[in-house]
Structures are given as structure tokens and as C-alpha cells.
Design a protein around this ligand. Structure first.
Ligand SMILES: [Zn+2]
Ligand SMILES: [Zn+2]
Length: 247
């Protein structure tokens, strides 16, 4: 039985005075702690990436180029053939969204996966449509042990289609932070393989799920393993996209 509105309001009032929990993103005291660890203002501040977006990776495009070309691609996607067919994110890896992902991933605030997954579901509805399953980008077993959970798997459970652990990391990869794109692609190129749960996806459309996409190297490596197994269409839905300034 769920507590009524009056009761949760009373509980909120008591909790906010006694415990004074802070928002996991902006660190202001939470007015309604029973509503989760992030305040309403922070959730509302997460803006979608502004169209026009690259048809392929979901990056914003310079408006002057795309006005008359509805299916335009960003310079990066035009330069290199992509295995991920379409990609989308809730928003840019910035501000409250960045802080929320940080809290989920590094502070173990796993309850944030549900509202974040719900937001991915809303803003990525066209990515999910017609797809048979959501496939979390796996962590290598050693890193998973260290962190205790895989944030991508937590998110995949809340996007509204069945989550299937179809991939595993066959070798640990050095952290990608601070590496140039070409090296990131080399690092992860053959890092993934299909699991037994991933068998039988041939001919299907699937959605890769991850917290942040930067150069897309990890998603591409996942897509390589999936397409090798005959998956027809690989889409990617991430909580955030690190958007680079373009030349
Ligand atoms: Zn906040
Ligand atoms: Zn692109």
C-alpha cells in the first residue's frame, strides 16, 4: 500500500528537517526527499539536444547546414562509416545531467537509474520503437567487481523494453578518458563478444544502452560484435552525449 499524499508530505517535512539530505546533483537541501535524491529543479534543467541532429549519431548539427537537408550527417559520421545505425541521448554531458550520472556511477546512487531510464525512454522513443531488446554495454568483470554494479545494466532495465545481457567484455580495456578518438577506437575494437543470451538476435533491431557516449568508440565496438552475429540494426541510446565543438 502506498502512502497517501498527505503522509508523504509529512514524511518529507520531517526528513528534510531531521536529515537535511542534499540533492545529489546541485547539493541544495532537498525539499521532497521521498521523491528521490535529485531535486525537481535539477531534473527540469536537463534540456534535450537542440535539433537539427545528426541522423546517425545524434550530435547537434550547425543549423546553417541542415535547414534544407533533413537527413544530414555530422562531419565525423560522413568521414567514417558507422556500424551504429542511429543514436540518441537525453542531452549533453553537462550540468545537472552530468552530476546525476556521476552520482549514479561513482557514488553508487543506483536509485537514480529508474528516473534516468524513464527520461531515456521518453526522449529516445523513436530509438526504442520496433526494437526487440535493450542491450547494456558491459563492464569487464574486474571493473564490475570493483564498482559492484554496471550502471548501463541498471539503466537498461528502465527503458521499457526487455533488457538482455547480450554482450560481454572479453578483455579489460584501459580507461578511455583523455585519449584521442583514433586510439579509443583501437583500444576497444575487439573487446566485446556475444553471450549465450545474445544468441538468436539475428535479423533483429536492438538498442545499445550506456551512460555516456563520447567518441562512440565503445558503441561501435559493441555494434561490430552484434552485426557480426547477424543483428540487422543497432541503435544506441545513452543518458548523455559528450558534444564536441566543431570546426
Ligand atoms: Zn538539485
Ligand atoms: Zn554524427
Amino acid at each position: 500500500m502506498s502512502a497517501g499524499w498527505g503522509l508523504t508530505t509529512a514524511i518529507d517535512a520531517v526528513l528534510s528537517v531531521i536529515l537535511a539530505p542534499a540533492c545529489a546533483a546541485c547539493e541544495e537541501p532537498l525539499e521532497r526527499p521521498t521523491q528521490g535524491p535529485v531535486c525537481e529543479r535539477c531534473w527540469r534543467s536537463i534540456l534535450p539536444l537542440t535539433p537539427p541532429l545528426c541522423d546517425r549519431c545524434g550530435d547537434p548539427l550547425p543549423t546553417w547546414r541542415a535547414v534544407s537537408v533533413p537527413l544530414e550527417r555530422c562531419p565525423r559520421c560522413r568521414r567514417t562509416p558507422r556500424l551504429v545505425d542511429r543514436g540518441r541521448a537525453i542531452g549533453a554531458y553537462d550540468g545537472a545531467l552530468r552530476a546525476i550520472i556521476h552520482a549514479l556511477k561513482y557514488e553508487g546512487r543506483r536509485s537514480l537509474a529508474r528516473p534516468l531510464g524513464a527520461l531515456m525512454r521518453r526522449r529516445g522513443a523513436d530509438m526504442l520503437e520496433g526494437a526487440v531488446c535493450a542491450i547494456p554495454v558491459p563492464l569487464h568483470a574486474s571493473r564490475r567487481r570493483y564498482r559492484g554494479f554496471n550502471q548501463a545494466a541498471d539503466l537498461a532495465r528502465h527503458v521499457g523494453i526487455p533488457a538482455v545481457a547480450a554482450l560481454r567484455r572479453v578483455r579489460p580495456t584501459p580507461t578511455q578518458t583523455g585519449l584521442p578518438a583514433a586510439q579509443r577506437h583501437r583500444n576497444v575494437r575487439d573487446a566485446f563478444a556475444l553471450t549465450r543470451a545474445g544468441a538468436g538476435l539475428a535479423g533483429a533491431a536492438v538498442v545499445l544502452i550506456d551512460d555516456v557516449s563520447t567518441t562512440g568508440a565503445t558503441l561501435e565496438a559493441c555494434a561490430r560484435a552484434l552485426k557480426h552475429a547477424g543483428v540487422r540494426e543497432v541503435r544506441a541510446l545513452t543518458a548523455a552525449r559528450a558534444v564536441f565543438s566543431r570546426m
